[in-house]
Each structure stands twice: as structure tokens, then as C-alpha cells.
Design a protein around this ligand. Structure first.
Ligand SMILES: [Fe+2]
Length: 258
């Protein structure tokens, strides 16, 4: 998992511009208990009482330490899981009916090159980028070299914006707005695979969301509600970090979406 409960609570406090002491007072719990949650001491009871003050779903927050989405069974999909600092970053490779499509480019040219070679993907029909943070665009040059076309929400690729629909082989890729964690970030809904699939970048992680400053926190949640949680429960979600998940599992277990 990309985030544990400490991140979820800290991201909600930051998004709401709320000090831990104020949140504790509103929730009627001791400030030391909130500080404990932030520092990694979990209490289901404190989590349940704090959740409403942070506009989080109490049962989802209380259950977060045990939450892990089920493994996704989609033969056309590969997770390219690359080392990034102390953690990892994902790119996602879809190969369907002779077409190869990559989402995001990893942290460096060398990293994405080694990974694409390991997966036997020397050439790509198209590549899409979710947002311009370094761990997602670090391998841009290498991907541009391998791909017939590279779609980027910002320069220097082929421009793409929310509302655009790109047809590649039997698939249709719908770009939609996921501003919040990153200004101008795009999500991509993929139509035509065995199941509906949605690439979400760092806007959403299994059980969490990408961190946002208070100015963009409401927008981030609203765009996720409209662009992701409006989709059917079986929609597979592909985040920029951590495991794949589904709309149905996140509807139940992601604390940010009551
Ligand atoms: Fe990011």
C-alpha cells in the first residue's frame, strides 16, 4: 500500500487546514491520541471518533490497517513497478489486440528502458502521461523514442486535454480532469478491454489520495467523485503508486469518499 493511516490523517488535516489540537478538541479525543495516530500508534476507537471531524468515513478509517485490495486479474495489463527513493512508482502497460500502450514513464530513462525490455515491449503504439511530477516523467525521452505518439498534459509532447478521446486499435482512451495533487493532471478511462479500466495517476491510491494543499483539496475530492466514483464498481483503478484497486473496493474502504 502506498499510504498507511498516518498519511491519510495527515493529508486530511493538511487539506482542511486543521491543526491536530483543533481536530482533537472537535472530536472530543485527547490531543495525545491524535498525535499518536499521526505518529503511527493506531486506535480504532480514536480513529472512529476523529474521522467525522476530518470528513472521513469512520469504518473505512478504522479498518485501514487491514485493508488491501484484491489482486486484479486482467491478462492485458502489466504493472511496471520501479524503485523510487525508499518506495516505488508505477507505470502501466496495456497490450491488447496487437497494440501496446504505456501510462506514465517512471523515474528515469534507464529505469523505464530496463523495465520495458524485461516485459518484452521494445515498441509502443502510444504513451500517455498523467502529470508532470518527476517520478512520472523521468523516463520521457526513452518513452518518446519507443512510442509512435506521446500524449502529455503539458509540453513537449502531443497535447491532450480533458474531454479528448483517442482511439488506438480497438481501444478508446478518454482523458478527464484530475487536478488536485497536481495542477492539470489527467486521468484516462480505457474502453474496450475485458473490464473498464481507469488510470488515475497520483490523484488516488488504494485506501488514500494524493496529497494536496488546502486550496486544491476540495477540487481534488470533487473531481475524483465525478470522474472516478461515477464509474461502475468493477472498474479497475491504476494508481501512480501502490497496488491496483477497483471502484467498488474504494467505495467501501477509501476513507475520503463517504
Ligand atoms: Fe505526483
Amino acid at each position: 500500500m502506498e499510504d498507511d493511516f498516518t498519511y491519510v490523517i495527515r493529508k486530511a488535516l493538511r487539506g482542511l487546514n486543521l491543526a491536530p489540537g483543533d481536530a482533537a478538541a472537535r472530536a472530543g479525543v485527547a490531543e495525545s491520541e491524535v498525535m499518536g495516530l499521526i505518529r503511527g500508534t493506531f486506535s480504532k476507537d480514536a480513529a472512529r471518533r476523529l474521522a467525522p471531524v476530518l470528513s472521513l468515513k469512520p469504518e473505512a478509517l478504522a479498518g485501514l490497517p487491514e485493508y488491501e485490495p484484491k489482486a486484479i486479474d486482467l491478462p492485458s495489463l502489466d504493472r511496471l513497478d520501479m524503485a523510487f527513493g525508499d518506495g516505488q512508482v508505477n507505470a502501466w502497460l496495456i497490450r491488447y489486440d496487437g497494440c501496446s500502450i504505456l501510462f506514465d514513464t517512471g523515474v528515469s530513462n534507464q529505469s523505464i528502458s530496463l523495465t520495458l525490455n524485461a516485459f518484452g515491449a521494445p515498441h509502443l503504439d502510444a504513451a500517455f502521461v498523467t502529470h508532470d511530477h518527476q517520478d512520472h516523467v523521468g523516463g520521457l525521452e526513452e518513452v518518446a523514442r519507443r512510442s509512435r505518439v506521446l500524449y502529455l498534459p503539458s509540453d513537449p509532447g502531443h497535447p491532450i486535454q480533458a474531454g479528448d478521446v483517442i482511439a488506438i486499435g480497438l481501444l478508446k482512451i478518454h482523458a478527464f480532469d484530475l487536478t488536485g495533487h497536481s495542477e492539470g493532471a489527467l486521468g484516462y478511462r480505457i474502453e474496450g478491454l475485458e473490464k473498464p479500466v481507469c488510470v488515475v495517476g497520483d490523484a488516488l491510491f488504494a485506501g488514500s489520495i494524493g496529497g494536496c494543499p488546502p486550496e486544491s483539496y476540495p477540487t481534488a475530492l470533487d473531481l475524483l467523485r465525478r470522474g472516478v466514483f461515477s464509474q461502475s464498481d468493477d472498474t479497475v483503478l491504476l494508481p501512480g503508486h501502490g497496488p491496483a484497486t477497483t471502484v467498488g473496493e474504494e467505495r467501501t474502504s477509501n476513507p475520503y469518499f463517504p
